[in-house]
Design a protein around this ligand. Structure first.
Ligand code: INI
Length: 165
């Protein structure tokens, strides 16, 4: 059986972060946590590229541009969509997720989903450093693991075999 898993050593990785300004009080906390997680796992400060967009609907635009033009290994997408504030909740959240999921098939660069979708601001704060952790860090860690897994899967079989022996 051949099993591949990603590991969490991110030294040498370059990572883009697309972050939405809407509900900035919360998205700023997601960003700080994502940045902190990347640095703690070995990403150099100079290898983090942050792109701010107006709202979560625009995250796929920035994610795709980062993937294609910023030389990054992965893109972390951060946003906060609160149902109480908009009748467009489903469109904004749905299109953000759909567009982010389309980044890897189009570019080969993985993009992770750190977009909170909650009913209230309080629930969003709970997931941005409150009692439910911080989804910014979670999305950053998923990006590191995805890059590592992709590298393992793309390594020629002969190289993987000689490394194991
Ligand atoms: N964008 C968000 O990121 N979160 C929201 O809760 C939100 N609401 O409530 O509308 C929101 N709207 C803006 C949207 O993402 C776009 O920026 C806008 O429609 C322009 O394209």
């Amino acid at each position: 059986m051949e099993v591949h898993t990603g590991h969490m050593d991110a030294s040498g990785m370059r990572v883009g972060i697309a972050v939405a300004r809407f509900n900035e009080l919360v998205s700023q906390r997601l960003l700080e946590s994502a940045r902190d997680a990347l640095v703690r796992h070995g990403v150099a400060e100079d290898d983090i590229v942050v792109a701010w967009v107006p709202g979560s609907f625009e995250l796929p635009v920035a994610a795709r541009e980062l993937a294609e033009h910023a030389g990054v290994d992965a893109v972390v997408c951060l946003g906060v969509v609160i149902r109480g504030e908009t009748a467009h909740f489903d469109y904004v959240a749905g299109e953000a997720a759909r567009g982010i999921a389309a980044v890897h098939p189009a570019t080969g660069v993985p993009a992770t989903l750190g977009v909170l979708t909650t009913d209230t601001l309080e629930q969003a704060l709970d997931r941005a450093g409150g009692k439910h952790g911080n989804k910014g860090a979670d999305a950053a860690l998923a990006a590191i693991e995805s890059v590592s897994l992709i590298r393992s899967l793309r390594r020629p079989r002969s190289a993987a075999r000689s490394e194991a022996s």
